[in-house]
Write a protein that binds this ligand. Structure first.
Ligand code: FEO
Length: 169
């Protein structure tokens, strides 16, 4: 059984993951509208991953005797000037998500909830990967600068990203 405090914090994180999903779907839409289908695909996969994260937390709340509470999802930004601006926003957002999981882990530590600590470790590791992937894209975009062929070529590369659910992990 999880404590009320942890249940509430996990429910807030379910909402935050749906917000992330919404944020990345909005970025995907903006890329698609601007003729960058590979970037749009990358963000669509990101959108699906965030929904997956929300479900993983949702399932865990139930497994530990709590109750998921789905709250309203805030609206998101809908337009960006450049791909670099999109990924800079993404990195800033993911760093906030990392902070949120660190806070959740701290609650689990304070409560001696070892099962929750074990569960949250997956997300803490996932955040390292999330930030690393986005930093690599930011570095590539900085190298490309205003080079149209570079952007075209990167768009082709990003079109190959596929989604794999982490629900079974
Ligand atoms: Fe659910 Fe992008 O972390």
């Amino acid at each position: 059984m999880i404590s009320k405090k942890l249940e509430e914090a996990l429910n807030a994180q379910v909402n935050a993951e749906f917000y992330s999903a919404y944020f990345y779907l909005s970025m995907s839409a903006d890329f698609a509208v601007k003729g960058l289908p590979g970037f749009a695909n990358w963000m669509k996969v990101q959108f699906k991953e965030e929904q997956d994260h929300a479900q993983k937390l949702f399932n865990y709340i139930i497994a530990r005797g709590g109750a998921p509470k789905l709250m309203a999802v805030d609206g998101v930004k809908t337009s960006w000037d450049t791909p670099l601006e999109v990924y800079t926003d993404t990195l800033e957002h993911e760093r906030k998500v990392t902070e949120a999981f660190n806070k959740l882990y701290k609650i689990a530590l304070e409560e001696n909830d070892f099962a929750a600590q074990s569960f949250l470790k997956w997300f803490i590791d996932e955040q390292v990967e999330e930030e690393e992937n986005v930093i690599a894209i930011i570095d590539a975009l900085k190298l490309i600068g205003d080079n149209g062929y570079g952007l075209y070529s990167m768009d082709k590369d990003l079109s190959s990203r596929t989604f794999t659910s982490a629900l079974a992990e």
